[in-house]
Ligand binder design. Structure first.
Ligand SMILES: C[S@@+](CC[C@H](N)C(=O)[O-])C[C@H]1O[C@@H](n2cnc3c(N)ncnc32)[C@H](O)[C@@H]1O
Ligand SMILES: [Zn+2]
Length: 256
């Protein structure tokens, strides 16, 4: 994994297992475009019982203590040192360690049930508060791998709000949702996570995004090759393209 570029001592577009405070200390000022992250809130919400029901049920998670402690002030100092653009989910849990801000982001979870109606993100931006209404069921589209996973669509929205164009760092990646959103938008990323099992899950999610992007590029290329074909046997060229699509499993034999 990695795009060949470097961010301080780290490979750009990679995931590193370790304590983010120590890892961030090695990053020079100003080489990160934005930090977009979702730290542990310190409220013990890293586990849940599985449930069944007409809505399709919910996956269960063993309480592993990942959310028993919130990060200390030194973590937020490091985040604000290395990036000007910052979005921190659960900002209401860390308000005593962050400066006052004008712009909060709100994720309205679209349902009024016994769980929270939404979540708040602290940002380093000026401007009006913004709300995204996105039903918590959006997570079903992503396949959940982490007890406090966020939807990819929510993180895409964050990246748009931050107007990112460079490297995005998430020091608390969990299952890697911020990185998946960044990669899908063609941006560079760096991710830290203390739990090796989650690093592995995040690497697999990124590998899947890469595979999808490669498939898309190859299909585009095949189509272009066919359109540009100058020979007489246009029908043969088209057949060749269709065969290749079947090989890539983008088309079934009978659909040619
Ligand atoms: C709220 S979860 C992030 C979930 C993520 N947004 C997702 O969609 O999967 C926070 C993550 O921070 C990790 N973590 C806790 N302390 C850490 C530390 N000191 N350094 C790096 N990661 C840490 C936990 O293991 C947990 O996976
Ligand atoms: Zn990169």
């Amino acid at each position: 994994m990695g795009c060949g570029r470097k961010i301080g001592p780290y490979d750009c577009c990679s995931i590193i297992c370790g304590d983010c405070l120590e890892l961030m200390r090695a990053i020079p000022d100003g080489c990160i475009d934005a930090v977009i992250t979702d730290p542990p809130y310190g409220i013990g919400r890293d586990g849940s019982k599985a449930s069944t029901g007409s809505h399709g049920g919910r996956k269960g998670y063993v309480f592993a203590g990942l959310d028993s402690e919130r990060p200390g002030a030194a973590v937020f100092c490091e985040i604000l040192r290395i990036a000007e653009k910052v979005i921190i989910w659960g900002g209401n849990y860390f308000a005593d360690m962050l400066p006052a801000t004008q712009k909060w982001l709100v994720w309205d979870k679209g349902q009024r049930i016994d769980q929270s109606d939404g979540e708040l993100a602290w940002t380093s931006f000026s401007g009006a508060l913004r709300i995204l209404t996105l039903n918590r069921c959006a997570l079903r589209l992503d396949v959940t791998e982490h007890p406090t996973q966020k939807p990819v669509k929510l993180l895409r929205w964050c990246i748009e709000q931050a107007k990112c164009s460079g490297v995005i760092l998430d020091p608390f990646i969990g299952s890697g949702t911020t990185l998946v959103a960044a990669r899908r938008m063609g941006l560079h990323f760096l991710g830290f996570e203390i739990n090796e099992a989650y690093c592995q899950i995040a690497r697999e999610r990124i590998a899947l995004v890469e595979a999808q992007a490669n498939l898309f590029e190859r299909t585009k290329q095949l189509r272009q090759e066919c359109l540009n074909y100058q020979g007489e046997d246009k029908e043969g060229a088209l057949r060749g393209e269709l065969d290749a699509l079947v090989e890539l499993e983008m088309l079934k034999e009978g659909e040619k």
